[in-house]
Design a protein around this ligand. Structure first.
Ligand code: DAH
Length: 347
């Protein structure tokens, strides 16, 4: 009789299922009390066990112990189940409203490009944007690079199409191509800046990248002189790097300007005394510029006897590097949040 009872309880324990209950924690406790409590099944069966004749005690003792172990194991299993369920339900509260507190911010290159654009907008320059895939004419020929002139090798170009006897198409290597597009379609006075992406076939390193950004400037009108260029760039340098900034122009060469110059600003880190950023010179090179070559004006349909102009071009990555002391170009393109978040609060 005890034997039958034991196998009945074993079956009950085996088939007990906690999942169907609403309040599972309470159900576990109920189950535990029913089998293992003071007035529970086990104690009751042990009472009966005491009355058994001695020859049955060994067999029934083993069976009872098995039943007890089964009950304890089941209680443990139920407890674990309830705990796990609670963990999952706690960490996924589907009734919570979404958390939008991680807001994005503008990339430091966009911020810098906007800042340059705003500085020039204040003195009447408007923004022109144009295509990134350019033809030979707008990239080189109209800009006074003679055919097969070594100057074309000054820039390592990504050609999209290079076929014998056909016009070459390439990713633009500089934003100077926008000068040509604007002059071909607008009559002076022209006063524009052209911000945008440029591409060069360079090995990627801390100082070079195959994609970067430039801002081109162009001013064409009657009687534009080198003094206008100098004054415009001095204004820009002071707005960009602080009112104490000084500039110097060094003679240089570009096919599309004559005369041509490179502009340095006094080092904003050491104030011109000399440090490792300016390599001890007190000066930082920031852009190329010059008077638009009469050949370029004529090639673009603007009469060079009537009009003159100046142009300049600068690298945005370099500008941001100098302004925010960024030492590696690759950081701009890696989208590492630890880098990006440092610029959250600049406008
Ligand atoms: N296009 C030149 C470059 O990519 C930069 C430049 C120099 C632009 C002189 C100009 C300029 O408009 O006048 O290196």
């Amino acid at each position: 009789m005890l034997k039958d009872l034991i196998s009945q309880y074993i079956e009950e324990i085996r088939s007990a299922n906690i999942e169907k209950f609403e309040d599972r924690a309470a159900e576990v406790e109920k189950f535990r009390v029913r089998f293992l409590g003071r007035k529970g099944v086990m104690n009751e069966l042990f009472e009966q066990f005491k009355t058994l004749p001695n020859d049955q005690k060994k067999e029934m003792g083993i069976a009872l112990n098995e039943l007890k172990n089964a009950a304890m194991a089941k209680v443990e299993e139920f407890k674990n189940f309830v705990e796990e369920k609670m963990d999952v339900e706690d960490s996924h509260d589907l009734t919570l409203t979404a958390d939008f507190s991680q807001r994005g911010s503008r990339h430091v290159l966009s911020v810098t490009m906007n800042e340059i654009a705003e500085i020039f907008a204040r003195i009447g320059f408007t923004i022109e944007e144009s295509v990134e895939i350019e033809d030979d004419w707008h990239l080189f020929s109209a800009l006074n690079f003679p055919p097969d002139h070594p100057a074309r090798d000054m820039q390592d170009t990504f050609f999209v199409q290079k076929e014998e006897g056909k016009m070459d198409v390439a990713l633009r290597t500089h934003t100077s191509s926008v000068q040509v597009r604007v002059m071909e379609t607008h009559k002076p006075p022209i006063r524009i800046i052209a911000p945008g992406r440029v591409f060069r076939n360079e090995a990627i390193s801390a100082r070079a990248h195959c994609i970067f950004h430039q801002v081109e400037g162009l001013y064409v009108d009657k009687k534009v002189t080198f003094a206008d260029l100098k004054q415009t760039l001095l204004y820009f340098a002071k707005e960009m790097f602080g009112q104490d900034t000084q500039i110097r122009l060094r003679p240089s060469y570009f096919p599309f300007t004559e005369p041509s110059a490179e502009m340095d600003v006094s080092c904003n880190i050491c104030g011109g005394k000399g440090c490792n950023i300016c390599k001890g010179t007190g000066w930082l090179e920031i852009l190329g510029c010059g008077m638009v070559d009469p050949n370029v004006l004529d090639a673009c349909g603007i009469d060079s006897k009537e009009y003159t102009g100046f142009a300049f071009g600068m690298g945005v990555e370099r500008m941001a590097m100098l302004k925010y002391q960024i030492r590696d170009l690759r950081l701009y393109f890696e989208n590492d949040l630890r880098f990006l978040h440092q610029f959250d609060n600049i406008i």
